[in-house]
Design a protein around this ligand. Structure first.
Ligand SMILES: Nc1ncnc2c1ncn2[C@@H]1O[C@H](COP(=O)(O)OP(=O)(O)OP(=O)(O)O)[C@@H](O)[C@H]1O
Length: 526
């Protein structure tokens, strides 16, 4: 039996249901790349075909399947069909296997997630040793249950080794293959692989590809796109999972750019107003992008970036610290009048680093562009002058003509720009001085700025640093660049980074690692 799960161009892509249900499959992709969507599509197709499965739901994100299908929801919350702590799981699972009923085993609020998963896997294995009915166990967030370092749930390992003969298949999903035990990954004869960009993770799935070059193609995939490989499909294929029949509850929470920032206990001043008393430690302090990298991996990367002693006289660096921190980022929405031929009202949405004023492009990680960093702290006139200076330089009178600013204002602004080392007098033409800009990067045009991707967010429950760059300082810079610019949306969120400090006999240095990709982020020193 074939199950149509998606498309490659105009071709429908189907997987072999027998292989899916009784084989060993891994579905791997970084956060936001469409794993839960893909798993839900697989579940919907299995439900349509009347094939039994049990899904260990760690986030409580699959219960919308009940909107359309009949399945059993075992969990702890209100509305569940059976309570995970009170039900007779052996009888329930026996009935489910025999009647090919799908079961949602929701451990999202269970006190002991691993314990519950172990109990379920043990019961399934024992029942199937006797019943031998095709049935599939789906394990979301496999790194929690079968980690590479630390103890695996033995019952799940056993299913991966000996389940097939009993008709009991295993599908494991993870966003971090490097953190899942190789014992199980290497047993997966079917693979559904989506976008990955962390080097360790690409290395961990390289075993499924003929060459490193092929594996590197994973970094190019779009959300929703996967390679289907192994025995599942007739040939290795790059495809996109199809539409969902039920609502997708794992939707990435969107930052609402238009909403004004609510000054919470941690926004702006870090001290809560006295009337609020002390803030509980776990009170949310804002929205933070979900980190991907764990500290051990950040340390590995830091070790690789250490300066090593090759010559006797070269200093050897030591790692002094590597700590996770949250960097404030501002998402701005700006309205302005633009257009070369016909002037119309336009909007630009973009993200600015709250420490330096750099523009950050948010994709799967951050890309840092100089942006406004050199212009912060200048007044509107100085910004207009330095960003408008011709490369070959301008005289004071030409600046006046170009900016339409009065002579006194131009003189004062040029003086402040000289002090900030952002302009210099290059030459004299007769008696007249010519000023040239010293900006290391051109200020970006508003029309060139992009909003970037929405990354998965969670509430931040620790005190983040207060941003140095304020809405008011950005407003001044934007007005200088484009007099019609108005900020119509401003929201601060937090991005995970690792701050690594090295020391040697010659001094110390620091670097910032992206907490989602592990890449080094080069921010200018404020
Ligand atoms: N095949 C698809 N078609 C349309 N939209 C998709 C598809 N796959 C993913 N998306 C979009 O991408 C978003 C993220 O997908 P999903 O929730 O499946 O990510 P994920 O890999 O499970 O992330 P995480 O591991 O953080 O839970 C979805 O909310 C949906 O909007």
């Amino acid at each position: 039996m074939d199950l149509v799960i998606g498309r490659a161009g105009d071709r429908e892509i189907a997987v072999d249901a027998q292989e899916l249900v009784t084989g060993r499959t891994c579905i791997i992709a970084q956060s936001g790349a469409g794993k839960s969507w893909g798993i839900a599509v697989l579940c919907e197709r299995l439900l349509e075909a009347g094939v039994g499965f049990c899904l260990i739901d760690t986030e409580g994100e699959y219960f919308s399947l009940k909107d359309r299908f009949s399945l059993l929801w075992i969990g702890t919350g209100a509305g569940c069909d059976a309570d995970i702590r009170q039900t007779n799981l052996i009888d329930l699972m026996q009935d489910a296997i025999c009647s090919r009923t799908a079961v949602l085993f929701d451990v999202s609020e269970a006190a002991d997630m691993r314990g519950e998963a172990a109990r379920l896997a043990g019961i399934l294995y024992d029942l199937e040793s006797r019943l031998k009915q095709p049935y599939l166990l789906i394990v979301e967030e496999a790194d929690k249950f079968i980690p590479q370092s630390g103890e695996s749930v033995a019952e799940i390992e056993e299913i991966s080794r000996r389940g097939r003969k009993r008709g009991l298949g295993l599908l494991v999903a993870t966003q971090r293959p490097s953190l899942v035990t190789k014992n199980i990954l290497s047993q997966c004869n079917n693979q559904i692989l989506g976008r990955l960009s962390i080097e360790n993770d690409l290395r961990a799935v390289a075993l499924f590809f003929a060459s490193r070059k092929e594996a590197a193609e994973l970094a190019e995939l779009e959300p929703g796109e996967f390679f289907v490989m192994g025995g599942l499909a007739r040939e290795q294929v790059r495809m996109r999972f199809g539409a969902r029949l039920c609502e997708h509850r794992g939707l990435t929470p969107r930052l609402d750019a238009g909403e004004p920032a609510v000054p919470g206990p941690c926004a702006g001043s870090r001290k809560p107003p006295s009337s609020m008393g002390s803030v509980p430690v776990d009170a949310p302090c804002g929205d933070a992008v979900v980190p991907v990298l764990i500290r051990e991996e950040a340390l590995d990367i830091a070790m690789g970036k250490r300066k090593r002693r090759f010559l006797v006289l070269e200093p050897e660096e030591r790692i002094v610290s590597a700590d996770r921190a949250y960097r404030p980022l501002h998402r701005l929405e700006v309205r302005y009048v633009g257009g070369l031929i016909r002037k119309t009202t336009r909007t630009a949405s973009f993200v600015v680093d709250g420490e330096t004023g750099c523009i950050v492009e948010v994709d799967r990680g951050l890309k840092v562009r100089p942006g406004f960093s050199e212009l912060l702290g200048l007044d509107e006139a100085a910004v207009r002058i330095v960003s408008g200076l011709a490369n070959g330089g301008s005289t004071l009178t030409e600046i006046e003509a170009g900016t339409r600013l009065p002579p006194g204002v131009v003189k004062k602004a040029v003086k402040s720009l000289k002090m900030a080392k952002l302009v210099t007098e290059m030459k004299t033409v007769g008696e007249t001085l010519v000023y040239v800009p010293l900006l290391s990067a051109e200020a970006p045009a508003l029309s060139a700025l992009r909003p970037g991707a929405d990354l998965p967010m969670e509430p931040l429950r620790e005190n983040p640093p207060a941003p140095r760059v304020t809405e008011a300082s950005l407003r001044t810079v934007l007005k200088g660049l484009e007099p019609t610019a108005e900020i119509v949306g401003f929201r601060t969120f937090y991005y995970p980074v690792y701050l690594v400090r090295f020391a040697s006999e010659r001094g110390s240095r620091s670097l910032v690692l992206d907490g989602c990709t592990g890449k080094e982020l080069r921010f200018p020193i404020p």
